[in-house]
Structures are given as C-alpha cells and as structure tokens.
Design a protein around this ligand. Structure first.
Ligand code: F6P
Length: 294
C-alpha cells in the first residue's frame, strides 16, 4: 500500500507531530508514505515525493508545517482535481491523509469522486469544525492568553485600554474562551457591541480595560476611534496575527496530532477511509466529512 500526506490552508501547531506519527506508523506497517509539498497546489503540480526520516525527525515539535501549505484557488476547478488524482495514481497512490480545515475537507470530497480514498484530519486554530477541538486550537489559545497578559502589563502601567484583535475567521471560540481566561466581559463581535462596551467602560472604569475584538467583524482602527470618542480614554490597538498560529505546540496538541497521525494510517492499512477524525467528548472518533463541516 502507498499513502500520501498533505497539509492545507492555515498551518497550525501539532501538524508536524501528526506527520511524524503517520510516518512511524506507516514504517512499522511496511506501508510506503509520500509527502505532498504545498497542499493541493503541490498535488496539482506533482510535488509528491517519498517522506523520509530526515524530513521530520527532530522537527516534530516545531510550529508550522514541514510539508508547507497553500490555499489553492486552482483546486476549485474540476480539471485540476482530475489532474491531482491522476498524479497520485501515476505513482500508485490511492490513499491520501489531508490535514486542514473546512476548505480542505470539502476538497477531499472532490478527490474521492476520482477514486482517491481520503482521511481528513481537523487541523486549524479556528475550531470551526463540528467537533469539540481542532488541532492547534489549544496552543493558539495559550498563545493568545500569554500575549495579551504581556500587552496588559504595559497598558495597565499607563492606564490605557487595550483592544486586541483575535483570529478565528468566522468562529468566535478563540475570542470567547480567551475572554473567560482573561476575565474580561468587554468583547466586540459585531458593530452594536461597541456602544455596549463603551457604556460599560463609562459607568465603571475597569482596572484593566481589555477589549477583545473578533476578527472579520469590526475594523480595529474604527474600534479605537469609536471608544476614544465615546469614553475619553486612550486605547492601544493590537492585532495578534501569526503570534497565535505559530510556535511550539502545547502538550495537548502534540498528543492530539500524534494520535491523529497514528490512527489515520492504521485505518488506511485496514482499507478504511473517506471519513474525518476528531476529538469529541474526550476521545478521537470517526466522523462523517459532510457532517463535520460547520
Ligand atoms: O484559518 C486560520 C486563520 O489563521 C484564520 O484564523 C485567519 O482568518 C486566517 O487563517 C488568516 O489567513 P492568512 O494566513 O492567509 O492570512
């Protein structure tokens, strides 16, 4: 049996642990494992090579993805899906492990139409799939909390407010859970929230007025302007950006990534595929790909 593995969409912490575990499991089962470089673009461009020990050993607990990633626009076109399946089949590969989020899961359904068996692994900091936890979410959350505590040290010293924009694409989980961890009720997830936040600040100036802003909702500079006009305090805006997505994975994400890698190869070795795996109620379970999309 020959299988290939790729990472697609936003990289996340734990991807490399997953790749190592898939590699090691494949080795013990005498399965040939291939790497695809650069996500679905790499499939289209035939960047498919044997995965070697040297690629991964010692890099398994680093952030990012050793396989590189991409947000492939071409893969939306059927001719490129067909080409990708052909490239895999030319190498005798009919099984593909896909690490990614919503877009990558959908892409796997297209590939299945051309006879490629897929297992989708939930790798995104956004937690925007229908399961309890996606890979990377735990580390991103820790990164956010640590970064904001650093920011607050400085803003508190001057009596400034801090407005911090948090990732999540269209999912508010990172923002919501951070607000609990950092004990702030000043959260902006829609334009209407700004007046509510301003009123809270005006009626009771908090010790540390930390405002969490969910990305893709209200413009960060507009938030600053609005709050300065409506509350008469000074605000320091921060966009955390890739600080959230990078860095070494937490213990949970190392474990989660490793288990996803091991289980996916074990399932494939028994010819079981075309589903997703995900963490639900304390364990990793098999999920229908369509139903795991949010
Ligand atoms: O999906 C992960 C994510 O980090 C989102 O939270 C964010 O909206 C997006 O990717 C950013 O994308 P890019 O890395 O292309 O700027």
């Amino acid at each position: 049996m020959k299988i290939a593995i790729l990472t697609s969409g936003g990289d996340c912490q734990g991807m490399n642990a997953c790749i190592l575990s898939a590699y090691q499991t494949a080795k013990t089962k005498k399965i040939e494992i291939f790497k695809v470089i650069g996500g679905f673009d790499g499939l289209i461009d035939n960047k498919i090579y044997p995965l070697n020990e040297i690629d991964i050993i010692g890099r398994e607990n680093l952030g990012g993805t050793i396989l590189k990633s991409a947000r492939s626009k071409r893969f939306y076109e059927d001719k490129y899906v067909k080409k990708s399946a052909k490239n895999l089949k030319n190498l005798g590969i009919e099984h593909l492990i896909i690490l990614g989020g919503n877009g990558s899961f959908k892409a796997s359904l297209e590939l299945q139409n051309y006879g490629i068996s897929c297992i989708c692994l939930p790798a995104t900091i956004d937690n925007d799939l229908n399961m309890d936890r996606t890979l990377g979410f735990d580390t991103a959350l820790n990164n956010i909390v640590n970064a904001i505590e650093n920011i607050s040290d400085c803003t508190k010293s001057f009596g400034y407010g801090a407005i911090v924009e948090i990732m999540g694409r269209h999912c508010s989980d990172l923002t919501d859970i951070s607000s609990v961890c950092l004990q702030t009720k000043l959260v902006v997830k829609a334009k209407e929230d700004l007046q509510i936040v301003a009123n809270k600040i005006k009626t009771k100036k908090p010790q540390n007025f930390l405002i969490l802003l969910m990305e893709n909702t209200v413009d960060l500079d507009y938030c600053k302007e609005f709050l300065e006009t409506n509350t008469k305090y000074i605000y320091k805006p921060h966009r955390l950006g890739y600080i959230q997505r990078g860095g070494r994975p937490s213990a949970f994400d190392r474990w989660y990534g490793s288990e996803l890698g091991r289980l996916s190869v074990e399932f494939m070795s028994k010819n079981k595929s075309n589903f997703a795996l995900g963490y639900v109620e304390g364990k990793i379970v098999v999920l229908d790909i369509q139903k795991s999309l949010k």
